[in-house]
Design a protein around this ligand. Structure first.
Ligand SMILES: Cc1ncc(COP(=O)(O)O)c(C=O)c1O
Length: 396
């Protein structure tokens, strides 16, 4: 490398993707059960695979296509948004198919900000959101949630400055599993309207709720479609993570900006993936329903086992997603005796179980770990949780 080559970049200040760090520990410790990665254990519907196979012979599959998405898929998404989310795109929204919800978020940040602007992230946040905001030269303003990881409207309102452009909600939440209730999301949406801010609503876990708890889409509030960007993904609901397929419903007036970002970064979502996605959406929500029921049972095991760690550990309610974010009680962190990273590393190396440290999600006021239970069969999760319980008892 030439000595004069400048190697500093905007990326130096961005946190390293934590999944890769934990992945390294796991690779070095064979036999580890990973409760780390936020993925599901099932793959796409058979219909999606058949549709792709058939599409391979069609030259259109191999060409550039419309940046918004292939028209039949965009229509199917509009139908789904109307039927399931109460979002009528004819009222002034547009749909765009993206390479996953992560990309939809990047586009949305570019579309509404100038460098130096601020976006409010309730903590805990999804780390790729913070990373995207910072990569765009903006500031992620962290605002605490309450002890159940629910939104604190007062704290959010106080964090708004003249540079604030958007407030992000992730419900059901990664990493906490909290589901924000309709009243809370309505209040937040009202705050955005009053203060002239966009509401970025990440709804990728919309199908993953338990105990009768309901998901609510803020863009269904009349008028909210003019300032709400709603993001969805097939990664979890349809076991599609590797196909990179998500979509976004956004206010019409952001059309030019969203298309510029899409055209530069992606041109269009992979056409074969879009063909698969259309077939998956035709199967519909029913595809994930049995898996969600199974996850509900796994969730029961996880919560029961972890509750045996009380009072050492608190497990706040988690009515959605496939996560719990447990809190270690005591002052391990503040005394500097143990960090969450150090404990997580020891859990892998000495107890062969992987979880993700809370600092990756902005939880810096103590020690937290995210436990993800979507990727494994019931028996493996039970074994993994057993190791986690034993490991935490031994380490703490
Ligand atoms: C809250 C949240 N948003 C977005 C994503 C990314 O979804 P996609 O695979 O569609 O990019 C994830 C994945 O873990 C997530 O947890």
């Amino acid at each position: 490398m030439p000595e004069s080559l400048k190697t500093r970049s905007r990326m130096d200040a961005i946190q390293a993707p934590i999944v890769a760090v934990v992945g390294d520990w796991i690779r070095q410790t064979p036999g580890t059960i990973s409760l780390g990665q936020g993925v599901v254990h099932y793959g796409p519907p058979r219909e999606a695979l058949v549709a792709v196979q058939e599409a391979l012979a069609d030259p259109v599959t191999h060409e550039y296509n419309d940046g918004a998405g292939v028209p039949p898929l965009v229509d199917a998404i509009a139908g789904k948004l109307r039927a399931e989310n109460g979002i009528d795109v004819a009222r002034g929204s547009r749909v765009m198919v993206t390479a996953g919800a992560n990309m939809a978020f990047v586009h949305a940040v570019f579309a509404v900000t100038e460098p130096g602007d601020e976006i409010i992230l309730p903590v805990p946040f999804y780390f790729n959101h913070e990373m995207a905001i910072e990569m765009a030269g903006c500031k992620a303003v962290r605002v605490p949630t309450d002890e159940r990881y629910q939104l604190r409207l007062d704290a959010i309102a106080r964090a708004i400055t003249p540079r604030t452009r958007a407030i992000v909600t992730v419900s059901p939440n990664n990493p906490s599993g909290a589901v924000f209730g309709e009243p809370s999301l309505r209040a937040l949406s009202g705050l955005c309207r009053e203060r002239g801010l966009y509401h970025f609503a990440d709804e990728v876990y919309e199908y993953f709720t338990y105990d009768g708890v309901r998901h609510f889409s803020p863009a269904s509030i009349p008028g909210a479609e003019t300032y709400t960007v709603s993001m969805y993904s097939l990664s979890k609901a349809y076991g599609f993570a590797g196909w990179r397929l998500g979509y976004v419903a956004y206010p019409e007036h952001l059309g030019d900006a969203m298309i510029k970002s899409q055209d530069t970064i992606l041109v269009c979502a992979t056409v074969a993936s879009q063909v698969a996605a259309l077939a998956a959406l035709e199967v519909g929500r029913a595809y994930s329903a049995p898996y969600v029921r199974e996850l509900a049972e796994v969730r029961g095991i996880v919560r029961r086992e972890l509750s045996s760690l009380a009072p050492l550990v608190t497990v706040p309610p988690a009515d959605g997603g496939f996560y719990v974010l447990l809190r270690v009680n005591g002052d391990y962190g503040s005394r500097g005796r143990l960090t969450d990273m150090a404990i997580a590393e020891r859990l892998v190396r000495d107890h062969k179980v992987a979880v993700v440290p809370g600092t990756a999600f902005g939880m810096t006021d103590g020690i937290y770990f995210r436990v993800a239970y979507g990727a494994l069969q019931k028996a493996t999760v039970a074994e993994g949780i057993g190791r986690l319980v034993e490991g935490l008892r031994a380490i703490l």
